[in-house]
Design a protein around this ligand. Structure first.
Ligand code: HEC
Length: 275
């Protein structure tokens, strides 16, 4: 073989190899000072991979995954008890999850895993998402009876997990005053708002959401909606008005109960009264 042919073969091999690497999805896990990355293959080869079968609210049926416990992936990182883990999806959609849920010390209550899609055996397409599956990485939960995990915390199309300050530290303007009792709907409303709405909406600038309008300024929706209509909008925006671009999803009662919607509106009303 002449050196020319060898060179061509080598060049082709490089192209094929770099293609294969480029196609391999990467999960980034970071705290404030360090960053680790994992490929699907690396995660699937770990000793702590388990087979997890769960009732999957995103697929709407029982699913079985190869998955690594989140506690293992976060171990060794610098994390404070009131931090959040910010999940970022491949389309940049992002939601903060309290670390106390992710590092649940009683696995019987709720245990978080990162499910890994095997490129050789892809998952089925998600309902209403064309051909896209929940992969390449997907945050799933094994939930014991009584535990409550927001369906927003099932983060699919996952690309990164980053330890950040909790939302009330980053945006104190969202907080509820100390005079409000522990079980007051206003407090529950703030929790639900942080779980569900903050991903798309800011409130008086607080938050990172960009898809929807700011819900605190210039006016708060409780000031320009009749409350039953506002509750109906939160439940199902399409039941109020239509246009091609409607981006806000509806929330079924399994995701937000009637009392959750009432609580979110109570929090908005509480905030509207504050100067
Ligand atoms: C996936 C993104 C997304 C989420 C999550 C979301 N919204 Fe929205 N929301 C939007 C968008 C986008 C609009 C603008 C109208 C549209 O395109 O549907 C909107 C509009 C609204 C409006 C109407 C504002 C106006 O003046 O017309 C209200 C009120 C509202 N959202 C409240 C909420 C609440 C409360 C939650 C949490 C339960 C929530 N949204 C969750 C994206 C979202």
């Amino acid at each position: 073989m002449s050196w020319r042919i060898v060179a061509v073969v080598l060049a082709l091999a490089c192209v094929v190899l770099s293609r294969a690497q480029a196609q391999e999805a990467i999960l980034t896990v970071a705290d404030r000072g360090s960053t680790r990355t994992y490929t699907e293959r690396e995660l699937l080869a770990r000793a702590d991979v388990q087979t997890v079968t769960i009732a999957d609210p995103v697929y709407g049926r029982a699913m079985t995954y190869r998955a690594v416990p989140v506690t293992d992936l976060l171990s060794g990182l610098k994390i404070a008890a009131d931090d959040d883990v910010q999940t970022r999806a491949t389309d940049n959609f992002s939601i903060g999850i309290p670390v106390r849920l992710l590092l649940e010390s009683k696995p019987a209550e709720a245990q978080a895993f990162i499910a890994i899609e095997d490129p050789a055996a892809p998952w089925p397409p998600l309902p209403k998402q064309g051909t896209a599956s929940a992969g390449p990485f997907y945050l799933i939960w094994k939930i014991g009876s009584g535990a409550r995990i927001s369906s927003e915390y099932w983060a699919y199309h996952l690309a990164a997990l980053t330890v950040v300050d909790g939302p009330l530290e980053r945006w104190p303007a969202l907080a509820v005053g100390a005079e409000v009792p522990a079980n007051d709907p206003v407090r529950i409303g703030l929790q639900r708002y942080l779980e569900v709405c903050i991903a798309c909406h800011r409130f008086k600038g607080a938050g990172e959401g960009e898809q929807g309008p700011d819900l605190g300024q210039p006016m708060n929706p409780v000031q320009y909606f009749q409350l039953p209509a506002l509750k109906q909008l939160i439940r199902n925006p399409a039941s109020l008005r239509h246009w091609p671009d409607m981006k806000m999803p509806g929330f079924a009662k399994s995701r937000l109960s009637d009392s959750d919607v009432d609580a979110i509106v109570a929090w908005l009303a509480y905030k509207a009264k504050q100067r």
